[in-house]
Design a protein around this ligand. Structure first.
Ligand code: OAD
Length: 248
């Protein structure tokens, strides 16, 4: 028996616009640690030690070397079946928008083209003074780099207390408002404004589906919960959709 409701499959077959919001859980099966699960990143470090501008300014080498370390982990891992299924969905639906909170670049490496990165991308860096981009840095360089203008070079990721890239956020909100089906996948939905998106979608009439190994604070507010690993569920969903689409 399929784990997907008939309603979900029907809605997906009729949908014109589908949006997926992803979080760290989507990359867990690739071996990238999440933030808030047991053993997650925020259990080992305080976010205020690492992921904010003041921390960077008071000890740039420490923050830089931590991001270099994470960059190395993220380059060593590979996209998993969940990333690949989401990339395939672009080909299955007329409009499939992928909004991610992840900075690990794995969606793009899996072949997704239409990716909106709400929290930046660890592969990019920029100068805090002149904003020149530095995207080809030596992974082994443990001390913070300086721009030719003298400014410090920081990773292009959103830190606590910082605004999300406005254009990306606007686009994500717009997708949530227009979608027929909205997936929230592998995110604890604790961090705003990203956590608002499933609710915007629901209020705008979308059928909202959560895919997560555990219940979250929004599980009661969505239309359908699929509990389990996103790699397994998404892979299965793409198979079902391909079969159904072939019949229609
Ligand atoms: P969290 O660590 O808060 O949540 C990860 C979610 O993934 C949890 O709800 C897990 O139950 C779920 N999960 C774990 N493994 C899974 C799997 N194999 N399949 C499906 N679900 C799984 O991570 P995010 O929600 O992404 O922000 O965190 C949001 C933001 O908080 C991050 O982007 C980061 C962090 O602070 C910034 O750095 C700005």
């Amino acid at each position: 028996m399929s784990r997907f409701s008939n309603e979900l499959i029907d809605r997906l077959l009729k949908a014109r616009i589908i949006t997926s919001l992803t979080g760290a859980g989507v990359s867990a099966e690739s071996g990238v640690p999440t933030f808030r699960d047991p053993g997650g990143i925020w259990e080992k470090f305080r976010p205020e030690q690492l992921a904010n501008f003041e921390a960077f300014m008071s000890d740039p080498d420490f923050v830089w070397s931590w991001y270099q370390h994470r960059r190395q982990i993220m380059r060593e891992v590979k996209p998993n079946p969940g990333h690949r299924a989401l990339a395939e969905m672009e080909g299955i639906f007329d409009e499939f928008n992928l909004i991610t909170q992840n900075i690990d670049n794995l969606h793009k490496r899996a072949g997704s083209k239409n990716v909106t990165e709400l929290h930046g991308n660890i592969e990019r860096n920029y100068c805090i003074k002149c904003r020149k981009e530095y995207n080809e840095v030596d992974i082994h360089e443990k001390s913070v780099l300086k721009c030719e203008c003298g400014g410090l070079i920081r990773p292009d990721v959103v830190w606590f207390g910082e605004m999300l890239p406005l254009e990306a956020l606007r686009f994500a909100e717009n997708c949530a408002m227009r979608s027929n089906v909205f997936f929230t996948i592998g995110t604890s939905a604790e961090v705003y404004p990203a956590a608002m998106l499933p609710m915007i979608a629901r209020q705008s009439g979308a059928y909202v589906v959560e895919i997560n190994t555990r219940p979250t604070s929004i599980s009661y507010d969505v239309n359908e919960v699929l509990q389990g690993k996103s790699g397994e569920i998404l892979d299965e969903l793409v198979d079902v959709l391909k079969q159904k689409k072939a019949i229609i």
